[in-house]
Ligand binder design. Structure first.
Ligand SMILES: Nc1nc(=O)c2c([nH]1)NC[C@@H]1CN(c3ccc(C(=O)N[C@@H](CCC(=O)O)C(=O)O)cc3)CN21
Ligand SMILES: CC(C)C(=O)C(=O)O
Ligand SMILES: [Mg+2]
Length: 270
C-alpha cells in the first residue's frame, strides 16, 4: 500500500510526479505509467462536471470520484482534494468530511487549500491519523477574493508570508505542499526551507515535484493555463472515434455481420 512516508523519502533523490484523475479508466492509465501521486482534484468542477470554477464541487462528488480512482489504483498515492467550504469552517464537519475520504473512498490522504485558518485544522487532522497535503500560492477556491487566477507571492512581503505559512503547515504535520502559480525563485526558496516535499504547478523547476491537470496533459481542455503543457492529442483521437461511429452508421457499414446474429427458430412474431 502506498504511504505518505515513501513520498518523503523519494523526494531526496528523484522528482515526484503527480497528476489528477477523476475516473477509473484514466486513473488506471496514470497508475500503470508509474506516476507517484494521483490527485482527485476539485478541478473536476471545470474538467469533468462542466462548471465555470471549482466552487460548486460537493463532498459527495469528491467521495464518488475518489472511490472510483482508488478502485483502479494499485501503486500511486491517492489524494482527495477537499472542496470549497468542506473544511475550515466547523471542526467536526471538517473531520467528518475529510474522514469520509479515507473511510468511504479509500483515499490515502486529503489536500486542503491552505491559509492562516488551516494550520490548526491540519494539526487536528494529522493527530487523528488523516495525512494532509497543504496548498499555497494560487488557491482557486479564493477566486472571488483574488479577482482571477493570478500569480501569487509576487512581492517580498507576500512571498515572506507564504514562506511563514509553509513552515507553519510543515510544523502542523502536513506531509507535502503544493505551490501553485508562484515565481520560480519563491518556490525554490520555500522548497529549500522545508523538510517536506514541495510539488509545483506553475512554480518553476526547483520544487521537489510537478503536478498538472490530466485534461491539460491529454490535450482535452478547451483552455488551459500557460504553465500547463499538452503531451497528447486525446481530444483529436476522441473526435476521430465519434466521427468514425457516425459515418459507419450513416453509411450502413456498422453493425456488420460480426456484430449481429439471427435466431433460426423465430420466423414470424406478428
Ligand atoms: N484544466 C485546468 N487546469 C488547471 O491548471 C486548473 C484548473 N483546470 N482548474 C483549477 C485551477 C485554475 N487554474 C488556473 C486557471 C487559469 C490561469 C490563468 O489563465 N492565469 C492567467 C491570468 C488569469 C486572468 O487573467 O484572470 C495568468 O496569466 O496568470 C491560471 C491557473 C489552475 N487550475
Ligand atoms: C492543480 C491541482 C494542484 C489542484 O488543486 C486540482 O487539480 O484541483
Ligand atoms: Mg484543487
Amino acid at each position: 500500500m502506498p504511504t505518505v512516508r515513501t513520498l518523503q523519502e523519494k523526494a531526496n533523490d528523484e522528482e515526484i510526479t503527480m497528476l489528477t484523475a477523476y475516473d477509473a479508466p484514466t486513473a488506471e492509465i496514470v497508475d500503470e505509467s508509474g506516476v507517484d501521486v494521483i490527485l482527485v482534484g476539485d478541478s473536476m468542477g471545470n474538467a469533468v462536471l462542466g462548471y465555470e470554477s471549482t466552487l460548486p464541487v460537493t463532498v459527495d462528488e469528491m467521495q464518488s470520484r475518489t472511490a472510483a480512482v482508488a478502485r483502479a489504483t494499485d501503486d500511486a498515492l491517492v489524494v482527495a482534494d477537499m472542496p470549497f467550504l468542506s473544511y475550515g469552517a466547523d471542526e467536526s464537519d471538517t473531520i467528518q468530511n475529510c474522514g469520509r475520504m479515507l473511510k468511504e473512498a479509500d483515499a490515502n490522504a486529503v489536500k486542503l487549500e491552505s491559509g492562516p485558518h488551516t494550520v490548526s485544522v491540519t494539526e487536528r487532522l494529522v493527530d487523528l491519523g488523516i495525512p494532509v497535503m497543504a496548498h499555497l500560492g494560487l488557491t482557486p477556491q479564493r477566486v472571488h477574493q483574488l479577482g482571477g487566477y493570478f500569480r501569487q507571492g509576487t512581492d517580498e512581503e507576500s512571498a515572506a508570508e507564504m514562506l511563514e505559512l509553509a513552515k507553519a503547515h510543515e510544523e502542523a504535520g502536513a506531509f507535502s505542499l503544493v505551490l501553485e502559480h508562484v515565481p520560480s525563485n519563491v518556490a525554490a526558496q520555500i522548497t529549500e526551507a522545508l523538510e517536506i516535499p514541495t510539488i509545483g504547478i506553475g512554480a518553476g523547476p526547483d520544487t521537489d515535484g510537478q503536478v498538472l491537470v490530466l485534461n491539460d496533459v491529454f490535450g482535452l481542455s478547451d483552455r488551459s493555463p500557460y504553465f500547463s503543457e499538452q503531451f497528447g492529442d486525446v481530444k483529436g483521437e476522441m473526435e476521430r472515434a465519434v466521427a468514425g461511429f457516425r459515418d459507419a452508421v450513416e453509411s450502413g457499414e456498422f453493425p456488420a455481420e460480426e456484430h449481429s446474429y439471427s435466431e433460426d427458430e423465430i420466423d414470424d412474431i406478428y
